[in-house]
Design a binder for this molecule. Structure first.
Ligand code: DOR
Ligand code: ZN
Ligand code: ZN
Length: 421
């Protein structure tokens, strides 16, 4: 027996249309107005959005090695609750996926434990270490979604140049955490007025955009595909905008937290992440960049840490916040409240935009496609309760925020894996 999603607003090729969706087995069997059937479970989707499943290309699942922060099961359950049916797992685990054996081993773990589709990144350098040899791009290219040393910037130009030459050869992509460590000066929050007032050590915008300037130049020279992680500064946006104009094959993602918060919201380690929450001017540039297409889509940088780690104080606590279970409602609520974007635009940032860049999907609802589907109730209003997260990480600065636009059902390959009760 399959499922019939009845009377919803279906998000098809970028448009919302009133259609029923019939699911048989793992596939979409029919999309039509008013489908009638006796032998399918009917899900009433009146006044709800029915979309292809959300895609998050930036998630830290922590397994193997840091299961006290998160594991594949808890992290992918959190993804399901957030409406994500496909996520890409960052390689800063222990061991680091930097050769075929570890990549295969982690894929095995994923197959045993996951509730959503997980694609794995390979590291760019062995162990994600500086001055280490490159991974074997040829051997890994058809096994991973892309190559990233997320958590760390690639410190020297030669390593980035060689890595880009490799991804160009194998039609793969570099996904870059942009941070010049020689310019960090022990900083841990944005280098702005708040840092000054509080006596905190700052991280300048330069730390990030100097890498984006360098990397877009190398991408122009090599013709490589290049994607910027968690873009955070106005200068970075300007550089990406200019590089796109010049035809460089560059894209960029922005996190929900950089879209919703600024340095003024930093009160505790729950607002500590890398890159840090930036100034009002940077925030404005990120929103403009997303709206004009300079920034391509949203990704969470879901970065769970334990309560004990986050209690170590501003200087010592690890960077990062969880994001999977709050991403869509935060972005939807912010952009509609300020009348900045319509629902179709917002959905595109969670579906076909990341899907197209990473060649992962399904990117829309279509007959014959795998039934990875997210149902959203735009009118449902709820208060975020970080202690109720499925994620082991409770490190969210959004506790108590009231949001609209909650995923209420997530379907992967025709099976309901999450349902709001
Ligand atoms: O805030 C962050 N957390 N930024 C990173 O680059 C790494 C991540 C993590 O792994 O915790
Ligand atoms: Zn990063
Ligand atoms: Zn990250």
């Amino acid at each position: 027996m399959g499922l019939l999603l009845k009377n919803g607003q279906a998000f098809i090729d970028g448009q919302l249309v009133k259609k029923d969706i019939l699911i048989e087995g793992s596939k979409i069997a029919a999309i039509d107005t008013n489908i009638k059937t006796d032998n399918h479970e009917v899900i009433d989707c009146t006044n709800k959005i029915v979309s292809s499943g959300f895609i998050d290309v930036h998630v830290h699942l922590r397994e193997p090695g840091f299961e006290y922060k998160e594991d594949i099961y808890s992290g992918t359950l959190a993804a399901a609750k957030g409406g994500f049916t496909t996520i890409c797992a960052m390689p800063n685990t222990n061991p680091v996926p930097d050769d075929i054996k570890v990549v295969n081993d982690i894929h095995k773990l994923i197959d045993e434990k996951t509730v959503v589709n997980v694609r794995l990144y390979s590291a760019i350098t062995k162990g994600e270490k500086h001055n280490a040899e490159l991974v074997d791009f040829k051997a890994l290219s058809n096994k991973v979604c892309a190559f990233s040393n997320d958590g760390y910037g690639i410190q020297d130009s030669l390593t980035m140049f060689r890595a880009m030459k490799e991804v160009k050869k194998y039609d793969q992509m570099i996904v870059a955490h942009c941070e010049d460590e020689s310019l960090v000066f022990d900083g841990y929050v944005h280098d702005g007025q708040i840092a000054k007032d509080m006596g905190w050590k700052g991280i300048s915008n330069l730390t990030e955009y100097i890498h984006i300037a360098r990397d877009t130049a190398i991408a122009a020279e090599t013709g490589a595909k290049y994607h910027v992680c968690h873009i955070s500064t106005k200068e970075s946006v300007a550089i990406v905008r200019d590089a796109k104009r010049r035809g460089v094959d560059v894209t960029a993602e922005v996190t929900p937290h950089h879209l919703v918060l600024t340095e003024e919201d930093v009160h505790s380690t729950l607002e500590k992440m890398n890159p840090p929450l930036r100034s009002k001017e940077d925030h404005k540039a990120l929103i403009e960049g997303l709206l004009d297409g300079t920034i391509d889509f949203v990704a969470t940088d879901h970065a769970p840490h334990s309560e004990e780690e986050k209690a170590r104080g501003m200087e010592k606590a690890p960077n990062g916040i969880v994001g999977l279970e709050t991403a869509f409602p935060l972005v939807y609520t912010y952009f509609t409240k300020h009348k900045l974007a319509n629902i179709e635009q917002i959905l595109s940032w969670f579906t076909h935009k990341p899907g197209e860049r990473f060649h992962i999907g399904p990117q829309t609802l279509a007959i014959g496609e795998t039934a990875d589907i997210t149902i959203v109730d735009l009118n449902m209003e709820k208060k975020i309760d970080r202690h109720a997260f499925f994620s082991k990480g409770k490190n969210s600065p959004f506790d108590g925020f009231i949001c609209k636009g909650w995923p209420v059902m997530t379907i992967v390959a025709g099976k309901i894996i999450y349902q709001e009760v």
